[in-house]
Design a protein around this ligand. Structure first.
Ligand code: PMP
Length: 408
């Protein structure tokens, strides 16, 4: 199926001339297998087609944004309606307030909302609001966590100055004593702690948050007068409708949302508790496209549809079918794998797999079998996946695990 890729090859050659490295972000070659597609032509429901016309079941969902399936009719209708009225105008229109009300009503700790474009916009803004509120500078970040591609948190350090990270210190996820030690080092200057609802760093097994750790963090922030920031950019509205920590009853002061909230349209949100409203009013907020109305209309339609269809429960159920099917297929071929994380965003890793060699071989074989996954990043389940798609995934996995077993 993937033997010939003339369009892909031609695009790569052109891209290398005009784009640094030919590609950036998630799609760079080193994160993929040798002949993985990097360019995409179209998408519908759970199906995607590369530029050479090969079809795949989409298990990456555009790295999280697609939650109802590509081109969901309810979202597209809302988008078309809004587009006919206005998108980037002198101001946003009533949908701005409607979405802010919906988000504030859906996330228990939230009393106010700021809308932006990317996840990194709102994780960065969360730090700024916390610093404005406390008059302090130090922010604690979990070692290895991803909060965006900005100088304070990017995964690469070329071009980043020591000053960019002068007030960032690190702790280990789920290790309260490491947070306490970092808070002690902050010496009265602690503005905030930022973390994801569970550990989902790329390239490593996912880990649920330990409830004692989450409770300990809440107490530590209260005692220190610092803000607790929950980065829900990847988990948001997939793991739960509302805060991923709501079942534990632990509330952050600020939470960051993006990816799935508008089924692929570019928008992010910072939600905050009442006591940080004045700080949010004081800081500089804005971006030319932050008030564009079309992504807001997409978000309202996406969130309403997720609520009506009980999206998170459906994704948990479908994800579990995928996880169970993959476990059984791996076992049948005697391949040792670990599947971690919530079933709606599973991560598959192979035992004894230096350099993701087996994971890349397996992902390439999955692509040959018509399923698109990534070897070193968690995948994403959408509500569009049905039993036919699950069967296709498990069928492709059977052949792909055989390929890995044969090569071992
Ligand atoms: N936080 C988390 C947890 C993320 O997964 C990401 C994106 N992968 C970001 C922040 C940054 O979002 P964006 O790429 O939209 O800036």
């Amino acid at each position: 199926m993937t033997t010939s890729r003339p369009r892909e090859t031609a695009l790569q050659l052109r891209a290398e001339r005009v784009i640094p490295g030919g590609m950036y972000g998630h799609n760079v070659r080193k994160f993929l297998w040798p002949d993985a597609p990097q360019f995409w032509a179209r998408a519908s429901g759970y199906r995607i087609w590369d530029v050479d016309g090969n079809e795949y079941v989409d298990l990456m969902c555009s790295w999280g944004p697609i939650i109802l399936g590509h081109h969901h009719p309810a979202v597209e209708e809302a988008v078309e309606r809004q587009r006919r009225q206005q998108d980037t105008a002198n101001g946003p229109g009533d949908v701005f307030v409607e979405l802010a009300e919906l988000l504030v009503a859906s996330v228990s700790h939230a009393h106010w909302c700021v809308l932006a474009k990317n996840g990194g916009d709102v994780t960065t803004l969360a730090l700024t609001v916390a610093r404005a509120a406390t008059g302090r500078s130090t922010v604690l970040v979990a070692r290895g966590a991803y909060h965006g591609s900005l100088p304070w948190c990017s995964s690469r350090t070329a071009g980043v100055t020591p000053g960019d990270r002068a007030h960032i210190d690190y702790f280990d996820y789920n290790d309260l004593s490491s947070v306490q030690a970092a808070a002690h080092r902050a010496d009265g200057d602690l503005a905030a702690v930022i973390l994801t609802p569970h550990k989902h760093d790329a390239g490593s097994d996912q880990e649920p948050v330990r409830p004692e750790f989450a409770k300990g963090l809440r107490t530590l922030c209260d005692t220190a007068g610092a803000a607790l920031i929950l980065d829900e950019v990847r988990t948001g509205f997939r793991v739960a409708y509302g805060s991923s920590w709501q079942t534990m009853g632990i509330e952050p002061d600020l939470s960051c949302w993006s990816k799935a909230i508008a089924n692929g349209y570019p928008i992010s949100a910072l939600l905050g508790s009442e006591h940080l409203r004045e700080a949010a009013k004081a800081v500089s907020i804005g971006g030319t496209f932050w008030t564009s109305a079309v992504p807001m209309a997409a978000a309202v339609a996406t969130l309403r549809t997720l609520r009506i269809e009980d999206g998170p429960a459906r994704m948990a159920d479908t994800g579990q079918q995928v996880v169970d099917g993959l476990r059984a297929a791996a076992e049948q071929h005697g391949v040792l794998v670990r599947l971690s994380g919530p079933a709606c965003m599973p991560y598959l890793a192979f035992d004894d797999d230096t350099g993701y060699h087996k994971a890349k071989l397996w992902s390439a074989a999955m692509a040959d079998g018509g399923v698109y996954v990534n070897p070193s990043h968690n995948w994403f389940i959408s509500t569009a996946l049905d039993h036919v798609a699950v069967e296709r995934i498990v069928h492709a996995a059977d052949t792909a695990f055989a390929t890995v077993a044969d090569a071992s």
